[in-house]
Design a protein. Structure first.
Length: 288
């Protein structure tokens, strides 16, 4: 599960059904005439999770633009991309798996209540099957992507008449997974199948760390396992993207003004975080 959650499209979720006050971490990059706020997000939340704070709201109000991972994630675009890069009807997934893994896939499909069951998964490439098995039980539990922090930020800034821009495109994000070697995709799927029974515990721990702004716990829960077990995935989904975003932020510092950047929380934790990449170029980031 942890290695999927690292992706901007992948999910860090709250499973608690009671109201919760969240105070996630907020960072700032500044020079003489520029301020750039960095904020880690989760992509689905219960309806009653309050994650705002006075400091966060002021940063948003002061910002002239919002940057999120992607903005072209409408249903039509995402459906077309998934069909293009995620389906392979000519090569059933079962043909890539051992008998043991086929049994685990069928069990995971039942537990997650995947629409269409294991037959639907069998038409998918390994990366999409893994992502589907991550998302299905969460939507079954009633968690709504419309309640995600990034979606709420986008709506608020649009209502305020401020521009919302993407750091990447939806196709780029899909291809971070789809272009991985098949062996890496299969490793990701097997890891998901192995973690099926721990998913709820893992996700609850992650969301608690996010709510309290515990960067060390986020790193331990989201980053360490991925670095150890699937280093190729870690490099592709976190390190390379964090490096690219750090270069983008360095360029933003050349323009006066204030902007707010919201990306998946895993990108702002661990030894290869966006902050760490900025530090390599002598750019300081301080936590507010």
């Amino acid at each position: 599960m942890a290695r999927l959650r690292a992706l901007g499209l992948a999910l860090v979720l709250a499973l608690a059904a009671v109201p919760a006050l969240a105070q996630p971490a907020l960072w700032a990059v500044k020079d003489a005439d520029t301020t750039i706020y960095l904020f880690g997000t989760v992509h689905l939340l219960p309806h009653d999770t309050d994650w705002h704070s006075a400091e966060l709201d002021k940063a948003l109000a002061d910002s002239q633009a919002l940057y999120v991972e992607i903005t072209d994630d409408d249903q039509a675009t995402m459906t077309a991309l998934v069909l293009q890069y995620g389906m392979d009807m000519a090569h059933p997934l079962s043909g890539l798996l051992t008998p043991f893994d086929r049994e685990r896939l069928a069990r995971a499909a039942r537990l997650a209540d995947v629409p269409g069951g294991v037959a639907a998964l069998n038409l998918m490439r390994p990366w999409l099957a893994a992502l589907t098995l991550t998302v299905a039980p969460l939507t079954k539990a009633g968690l709504d992507p419309a309640e995600g922090v990034d979606k709420q930020l986008r709506a608020a800034m649009t209502k305020a008449g401020k521009p919302v821009r993407g750091l990447e495109t939806a196709e780029q994000q899909i291809r971070f997974l789809a272009d991985m070697p098949q062996a890496v995709q299969l490793a990701m799927l097997r890891s998901t199948l192995r973690d099926t029974d721990r998913a709820a515990v893992d996700l609850k721990a992650i969301i608690e760390a996010w709510k309290s702004g515990d960067e060390a716990a986020l790193s331990r829960l989201e980053i360490d396992l991925m670095r150890r077990e699937t280093p190729e995935l870690y490099q592709r989904l976190l390190v390379e993207r964090n490096e690219a975003w750090a270069k983008r932020i360095a360029g933003m510092l050349q323009q006066p003004g204030t902007v707010f950047i919201a990306v998946g929380a895993a990108h702002l934790a661990g030894p290869d975080s966006v902050q760490a990449q900025l530090a390599k170029d002598g750019i300081g980031v301080h936590r507010l």
